[in-house]
Design a protein around this ligand. Structure first.
Ligand code: KG4
Ligand code: ZN
Length: 361
């Protein structure tokens, strides 16, 4: 195996020579998006394909077995399609970046095995990428000059993570969810209200024109008594509050006030994120903030957070919606960053469903 690992590394001189025009293939299969990108240098996306699996809609949530089978069916075809769109051959690829976790283990393994097979066949380096870190790196695709320090908030279906980015690649985890992730809460509340999957966009659409103060849902963890974990999040109580509210109302009433209930829930969910983010900005005296992950597509969240950060004389940076959702471009960009700093992985690279955020020690 060791020989094989060396076989996969390109020598340092080679990588420096090619630095300006490195072609990185990024592969993302951690959940229900199958995505592939071909990134030239740091920002030139020669091809980018994001396939969202619609097989899960009828179940109201992602079914892991169905997800991995769908990745198996579509991943190789979209890699060939991306190469075609980028007008290049597999052999032109210099580096392969692939999500290795966290995520659904079966789905991760499809991406990882494919990446290893391709890397082996063309004798190129492979870099395993942390999915949450990749969400953060998405901002560099559009704002390549963005420098740390900043506070990062990564909000997705599986994670609600607040980090201090001291410099790119050097992080301190400030807080994360103690139970449900914010996207998960959107999805579960939507399912309970009979809305479509994924729940985030469905609730956002339904909330338009609704009254945010129709129901005063509880704001989670509002006291700072527990100082040590004051940056943590909690969403299961808010979700249960919606369920309990509905249990006490007649179905016709719920139906008639669906927009108001969604607006009230969305407002509470966003307020919790904004409050914790501002706490971190104030405590650490940082002015810049990056918002990333699927839930970062939410307009109310973008607007509220941006307004509050600007009130403090700071700036909020948020990727375009396509780079908030799981995508291969952010994986390619993250892989390139680590490769340029001398990291590359071997064929023993493993998937990890619970891969922790890469905190610096
Ligand atoms: O980052 P992502 O694409 O996948 C994961 O890593 O989980 O995030 C997916 C999550 C889902 O929970 C989805 O409901 C949520 O992002 N989401 C939204 C919106 N668009 C997607 N949540 C609130 N508002 C939206 N507009
Ligand atoms: Zn994600």
């Amino acid at each position: 195996m060791a020989g094989l690992i060396i076989f996969l590394q390109r020598d340092a001189e080679d990588s420096i020579e090619q630095k300006e025009k490195m072609l990185t293939l990024g592969i993302e299969t951690s959940c229900d998006e199958t995505s592939v990108a071909i990134l030239e240098g740091e920002t030139n996306l020669r091809a980018h394909i994001v396939l969202t699996q619609d097989e899960h809609i009828r179940y109201g949530g992602v079914v892991p077995e169905i997800a991995s089978r769908a990745h198996m069916r579509t991943l190789l075809p979209i890699i060939w399609e991306a190469l075609k769109r980028a007008s290049c051959d597999l052999r032109d690829i210099d580096l392969i970046g692939v999500t290795r976790g966290p995520g659904l283990i079966g789905s991760l393994l499809v991406g990882l095995s494919t990446a290893k097979g391709l890397a082996l066949s063309i004798d190129r380096a492979i870099v395993g990428v942390n999915h949450i870190e990749a969400h953060l790196f998405a901002i560099l695709l559009e704002k390549p000059e963005l420098e740390a320090p900043f506070i990062g908030l990564i909000v997705s279906g599986g994670h609600t993570t607040l980090v201090e980015v001291k410099e790119w690649g050097n992080y301190r985890l400030l807080g994360s969810t103690r139970d449900d992730a914010v996207g998960e809460a959107f999805d579960k509340v939507a399912k309970h209200l009979g809305l479509s999957f994924p729940g985030g966009p469905a609730i956002e659409r339904m909330a338009e024109g609704g009254k945010v103060d129709f129901v005063r849902f509880p704001r989670p963890m509002s006291d700072r008594a527990d100082k040590a974990s004051s940056y943590d999040f909690s969403y299961s109580g808010l979700k249960t509050a919606v369920v309990n509210y509905c249990a006490g109302e007649k179905p016709e009433e719920i139906e008639a006030h669906l927009a108001d209930i969604c607006a009230s829930f969305q407002s509470a969910a966003v307020e919790h994120l904004v409050r914790k983010s501002l706490l971190a900005l104030d405590d650490l005296g940082v002015k810049t903030m990056v918002l990333a992950g699927g839930v970062a597509r939410n307009r109310l969240l973008r607007e509220e957070l941006s307004k509050e950060v600007e009130n403090r004389g700071g700036t909020l940076h948020c990727p375009s919606p396509i780079f908030c959702t799981d995508n291969g471009a952010m994986v390619a960009r993250t892989a390139l960053f680590h490769y340029e700093r001398g990291r590359s992985d071997g064929l023993d690279l493993d998937a990890s469903a619970n891969l922790p955020f890469p905190e610096s020690r």
